[in-house]
Design a protein around this ligand. Structure first.
Ligand code: HEC
Length: 286
């Protein structure tokens, strides 16, 4: 009798602990914000990035430099936005706002990684292909194997963010098949996405030989709100695989604003997220 009371109370304590872990959200007021610029990248897939006559940055990439190392300056991007908006790199149409900042906050505890994005989604898009969602916010993480082949010279995922998934023959690229989605030739990404449609489920997916918008095992949940045009999106996912404490994991962000679909998103370059490790963005320990 006595014994069962003891074990019941132990169980009760464990249950209470379990539920407090499950709902423990970071105190975001204590987590620093890091502004990351997202931009309309036009038609600049990995094939373009790695062709020297299109992109002189190829030389630095094969020597190990990163996109951010060459293109981020004083918190902004040094791109020639007129070139990115030109018919050459954007034959279909450009959004009125070529780039905007996303404030990124990240935190972790023993079980989970938390990512919070705050941004104003601009109107004036050039493609309103998604009739259901005004806005979508996506985060991708690359594993250690992600690389692209620059003529026998490998370029690592940590250098190029999401560009390893972006190819000339993917959906919404000029002249491309409407069914082919993002994919990688080596390595894989985990993908999580929040959609603004009422009742939409968070996407827990991946990109490897094709893009899968389900079937992930990271237990992704996402919440979002729009307060006077400012969106706050918060993701929770398990620490597992490449996304683990003690690691710096390559990460990229994409925002589909104004009902945009396919490649008509604003994307970030690749950043490393340090989870109890050094990185461009550092997750705060909770
Ligand atoms: C070694 C430095 C370097 C690296 C690394 C680099 N770039 Fe560049 N990039 C440049 C330079 C210089 C230009 C200017 C035009 C040119 O020479 O192609 C440029 C141009 C661009 C442009 C066209 C807009 C413009 O300003 O002309 C895009 C888009 C771009 N880079 C994307 C990337 C991406 C994505 C990566 C990473 C996969 C990357 N770059 C890596 C140096 C670099």
């Amino acid at each position: 009798m006595k014994k069962s009371i003891v074990s019941l109370s132990v169980m009760g304590a464990m249950l209470a602990l379990g539920s407090s872990v499950a709902v423990a959200a970071p105190d975001w007021s204590k987590v620093p914000k890091r502004d990351v610029q997202v931009f309309h990248a036009g038609v600049t897939p990995i094939e373009w990035v790695l062709k020297k006559s299109d992109h002189s940055g190829r030389t630095g990439l094969v020597k190990g430099e990163t996109c951010v190392g060459c293109h981020e300056e004083k918190g902004g991007l040094n791109f020639d936005m007129k070139r990115l908006a030109s018919k050459d790199l954007e034959p279909v149409g450009t959004p009125k706002t070529m780039n905007f900042p996303v404030a990124v906050q990240t935190a972790y505890d023993a079980n989970n990684l938390y990512v919070r994005l705050t941004f104003k989604a601009p109107a004036g898009g050039a493609n309103q292909g998604d009739k259901e969602n005004d806005v979508k916010a996506t985060v991708m993480f690359a594993n250690d194997q992600v690389s692209a082949d620059a003529g026998g010279k490998p370029v690592a995922g940590a250098q190029m963010g999401c560009w390893a998934t972006c190819h000339t023959d993917a959906r919404t690229m000029p002249g491309a098949d409407d069914k082919k989605t993002k994919y990688t030739k080596a390595g894989a990404y985990e993908l999580m996405q929040w959609k603004s449609a009422k009742g939409a489920k968070a996407v827990d997916g991946s990109v490897s030989d094709s893009r899968k918008m389900e079937g992930g095992t990271a237990g992704v949940t996402a919440t979002g709100e729009n307060k006077g045009g400012e969106y706050t999106v918060t993701f929770t996912r398990k620490l597992a695989g490449a996304v683990a404490a003690g690691k710096a994991v390559p990460m990229g962000i994409a925002i589909h604003a104004d009902k945009a679909s396919g490649r008509f998103h604003h994307v970030s370059l690749g950043y490393t997220l340090g989870i109890g490790a050094d990185g461009d963005i550092k997750a705060a320990k909770q």
